[in-house]
Design a protein around this ligand. Structure first.
Ligand SMILES: Nc1ncnc2c1ncn2[C@@H]1O[C@H](COP(=O)(O)OP(=O)(O)OP(=O)(O)O)[C@@H](O)[C@H]1O
Ligand SMILES: [Mg+2]
Length: 253
């Protein structure tokens, strides 16, 4: 059996908050199988972004382990970790993070250039076609719609052929139609074998995944396989309610 794409064991992350320490992650055990598409949901502040950053090697956890394709990240020094981030993982952000002065094709090629690697224009063209933007290679970001910008960002995340693509609310800045285009694309990538971990607040977005993990207060408290949007929405409503009850109780004390 090959190693899962991502495995975490007793992953904990504590921040030094102004009003005392904040335990953003309190013991996360996670196995993401290769080629699966996992959505992470939970109330605001439940630790979703922190989990994504720790799993992707962007943040060093306080304790516990992260393995990416069988490689234990805590065994890597900063140089090796940076190399792993450049070569083994891809990122998609809510705000696209494209460079405005570069064309779509140049934005997509940037991870390779930053890594002093050879750029093959045929590979770039194939990726543009794969995200449905075959005729937009010379457009700059301000000449593209939100959905098109995010599809460029997805192509950029794929150029290094990463083990895992991590996305933090990739449809958060998009209208319903563009969001659906991006989610359909992400679903296709997963069907082609790309491992994807996506944080989202949107039950419809989560319903494109194979499995939803629900986070509350730094812990995985529930899972839903083959999720439907109404089922996800109903579990989220319960979680948000109990998070609010807990916050109110803490305020009363
Ligand atoms: N750099 C930081 N310093 C101090 N506290 C932090 C830091 N980053 C996150 N936190 C705290 O850790 C907890 C989890 O934050 P995180 O950003 O992971 O939540 P989230 O689930 O992504 O929330 P949202 O849905 O609002 O994006 C929160 O209480 C947050 O205030
Ligand atoms: Mg977040």
């Amino acid at each position: 059996m090959s190693a899962p794409a991502v495995r975490t064991r007793d992953l904990r992350c504590r921040f030094a908050g102004e009003a005392g320490p904040v335990d953003a992650l309190r013991g996360i055990n996670l196995d993401v199988e290769r080629g699966s598409f996992v959505a992470i949901m939970g109330p605001s502040g439940s630790g979703k972004t922190t989990l994504l950053h720790c799993a992707a090697g962007l943040r060093v956890p306080t304790s516990g382990t992260v393995e990416l394709d069988g490689v234990n990240l805590s065994g890597l020094d900063e140089t090796r970790l940076a190399e792993l981030r450049r070569r083994r993982v891809g990122f998609v952000f809510q705000s696209f993070n494209l460079l405005p002065a570069l064309t779509a094709a140049e934005n997509i090629e940037l991870p390779l250039r930053l890594d002093s690697r050879q750029v093959d224009p045929r590979h770039t063209a194939a990726l543009l076609a794969r995200v449905g933007l075959g005729n937009r290679d010379r457009h700059r970001p301000d000449q593209l719609s939100g959905g098109q910008k995010q599809r460029v960002a997805v192509a950029r995340a794929l150029i290094t052929n990463p083990e895992v693509v991590f996305a933090d609310e990739p449809t958060g800045a998009l209208d319903i139609r563009s969001a659906r285009e991006v989610l359909t694309l992400v679903r296709q990538l997963a069907d082609q074998g790309q491992t994807i971990i996506m944080v989202t607040h949107d039950p419809v977005a989560a319903s494109f995944s194979d499995q939803v993990l629900f986070l509350a207060d730094g812990l995985i408290v529930d899972r839903l396989a083959r999720p439907s949007a109404p089922a996800v929405a109903s579990r989220m409503a319960t979680l948000v309610e109990s998070a609010e009850r807990a916050a109110n109780a803490a305020g009363v004390r």
